[in-house]
Ligand binder design. Structure first.
Ligand SMILES: Nc1ncnc2c1ncn2[C@@H]1O[C@H](COP(=O)(O)OP(=O)(O)OP(=O)(O)O)[C@@H](O)[C@H]1O
Length: 624
């Protein structure tokens, strides 16, 4: 059936079965250009072709790679089985599209976007009847054919397993091209059966650094079981049940095993992720690198694996004067072995700043190890930080474990929420910092360590000292440089920051905030600071879909509720002066009065007036 349809197409091209085919290859300069345009495909296909050729050596067959138009880019094998006059047929530069050669495995695989076997006289042109050919298309992450892998040989050499080998090799190339296409992305390899990870059967999915779904390979799509379009609305969290931050935590551990995840459809899968995010953090994107996760010409040129830094201090500087001062101070002490204490409310970016300091410091090539002192149970902090020897306590791992301090050796140790460290452990930490030696629990041996220390807290440490909850001597040991990160509500660069986050969340997509939303953002108190803003914008981008302006309709209800709850009664500056008879003015007057009667609560006002909350929000700016 496929052959028949192809033959009809061939006739439609005006080809005559008896005609001598045009085996003239491309000119050398055109060929170089073609190879350049297909660098990524060529680079990943050649090793797979060599492996494939090893399986069929001495069978009078050749392995061919073509571009998306069927022009041979690379060939392997000996053309001796072809009579002399036709030996050029399978050489680089010769085109095998259906419109030139009629029905043939390469051209037909491209036309049908499916593997194709064309044997002997199934070829449209009589001159090609001496061949038997098995071809499989190679597609990119969007399902577009980017090339064809083919095994062609003397028709007497036909073997039924050839097609399977070609398909497997094409899949291997596809997976490699897929993984290389996404730089600055999270690339997850997964399967319900852990032994299939790293094989052709694995699913591969790519996510933006903020966790937004970008693409999946064939097996990935199959396992996820959702149409491509639906997947575009998903995030790492919604598909695999884990927030992206859990990935970072997982890969910060000393010997991370496979991830254990639950797909959105309840199937348990295991996986391994590569975090190709420069040096590990993901929230900030430089405008000129904003579109990085999407496959680009540079990726095609083979630049895929080059790591790029997006998390240095300069990327944090988005124009807020308070923050600029912080960055300036930090820059002065970089690499000078002065401990830095970062103060700031939750979500103000303390950890992000710590990571940026590390990335800009001379220790950037060393590890960055973060420990959240508030989230580890008190009984475990000691072993977590200092490590333990075999048999140090019940439940200890057989071979003991290196603590976080040792893991950070040569790099930076970030102690988050240091104010919550139990007093009993503070003396131990102080000793380590002073002596620069760690003694794992249960061990008599001290090990020298060399770490740069950054601590963070959202407590007032002086108050804690006064209450006997924090040791004064440790405080003085930690506060070489104290910097305070401003809360979001005090920052003057809210708009810039929001558009950076939008750019990350939408992989550089052109999302903008509407004026109404911006006004709301400026009024909001942002108790969760950047964490809250990032989550909000992530949802808003999904809600906005193809609309590129984020409006009130894309704001989650709980955010609007928060705004309601925080709004006080309107100020006198907002009081409307009645007197004009315009309908619009009367409307505003009614809203104003109702707002006053409801203590500024927008929901109650909307209910009282029988309109939506969005309508009230839209009118608010006109109440001045
Ligand atoms: N300047 C920023 N621009 C964009 N996103 C940011 C910025 N600062 C922080 N974030 C994001 O906000 C979230 C919280 O940041 P981070 O963990 O660094 O804050 P934190 O102050 O350490 O919070 P906590 O005190 O709760 O541990 C993260 O998702 C981070 O990527």
């Amino acid at each position: 059936m496929v052959i028949e349809t192809s033959r009809q197409r061939s006739a439609g091209y005006g080809l005559c079965p008896g005609v001598r085919p045009d085996f003239a290859p491309l000119a050398r300069s055109d060929m170089s250009l073609l190879l350049e345009q297909n660098t990524l495909l060529h680079a990943h296909a050649v090793p797979a072709m060599e492996t494939l050729y090893q399986q069929i050596i001495n069978t009078h067959n050749m392995v061919l790679l073509t571009d998306a138009q069927g022009i041979i880019l690379h060939s392997l094998g000996d053309a001796d089985f072809i009579e002399k006059a036709n030996r050029v047929a399978l050489a680089p530069g010769v085109g095998w599209s259906e419109d030139r050669m009629g029905t043939n495995a390469i051209g037909t695989a491209i036309a049908e976007k499916a593997p194709s076997l064309v044997h002997a006289d199934q070829h449209y042109l009589a001159a090609n009847h001496f061949l038997t050919c098995s071809a499989a298309p190679i597609t990119d992450h969007q399902g577009k054919v980017i090339g064809v892998l083919d095994v062609s040989g003397d028709r007497r050499s036909y073997h039924q397993h050839t097609m399977a080998l070609v398909r497997m090799s094409a899949l291997m190339i596809e997976n490699q091209v897929f993984a290389a296409t996404f730089e600055h992305a999270i690339v997850l390899r997964f399967h319900a059966r852990p032994e299939f990870i790293g094989t052709l059967m694995e699913g591969i999915a790519a996510f933006s650094p903020g966790g937004r779904f970008l693409a999946a390979n064939r097996n990935g799509l199959f396992q996820l079981g959702l149409p491509c379009q639906a997947l575009q609305m998903h995030t790492f969290h919604s598909l695999f049940g884990l927030p992206v931050s859990a990935l970072f935590d997982h890969y910060r551990t000393a010997a991370p095993g496979l991830l254990d995840m639950c797909l959105h459809n309840g199937v348990r899968v295991r996986g391994r992720a590569e975090l190709r995010l420069g040096s590990g953090m993901h929230a900030l994107t430089d405008p000129d690198e904003a579109a990085a996760p999407s496959p680009s010409a540079t990726a095609q040129a083979g630049a895929a694996a080059r790591p790029r830094r997006l998390s240095g201090l300069r990327y944090l500087n988005t124009g807020d004067p308070q923050l600029e001062k912080v960055i300036d101070k930090v820059n002065r002490v970089l690499g000078r072995d002065i401990p830095i204490l970062i103060m700031g409310e939750t979500g103000t970016g303390k950890e992000l700043l710590a990571q940026a300091i590390h990335n800009d410091s001379p220790r950037a090539a060393g590890p960055f190890v973060a420990v959240n002192c508030a989230s580890i149970p008190e009984s475990l902090i000691e072993s977590e930080l200092f490590g333990y020897e075999e048999g140090a306590f019940t439940g200890a791992r057989k071979k003991g474990a290196a603590g976080k301090i040792l893991q950070a050796n040569g790099g930076t140790l970030f102690l988050d929420e240091i104010g919550d460290m139990p007093v009993s452990l503070q003396a131990h930490l102080l000793r380590v910092l002073q002596e620069r030696m760690v003694t794992p629990l249960g061990s008599g041996k001290s090990i020298p360590v060399n770490v740069e220390l950054i601590c963070a807290t959202n407590h007032n440490l002086r108050e804690r000292i006064a209450k006997g909850l924090f040791r004064e001597d440790l405080y003085y040991r930690l506060n070489g440089l104290v910097v305070k990160l401003p809360p979001l509500r005090e920052r003057t660069d809210l708009e810039t920051v929001a558009s950076k986050i939008l750019s990350t969340e939408s992989d550089g997509g052109p999302y903008l905030l509407s004026d109404e939303v911006l006004r709301l953002f400026r009024r909001h108190k942002w108790p969760g600071n950047f964490r809250q803003l990032t989550n909000l914008l992530r949802t808003a981008v999904i809600m906005a879909g193809d609309e590129h302006e984020i409006g009130l309709d894309h704001m989650p209800d709980d955010f609007l509720d928060d705004i309601d709850a925080m709004a006080g009664p309107p100020t006198s500056a907002q009081t409307f002066v009645a007197g004009s008879a315009r309908l619009e003015d009367m409307e505003l007057s009614a809203i104003m009065q109702s707002l006053e009667a409801n203590d500024g609560n927008v929901s109650a006002t909307a209910r009282a007036l029988g309109v939506s909350r969005n309508t009230i929000y839209r009118k608010l700016p006109h109440l001045k």
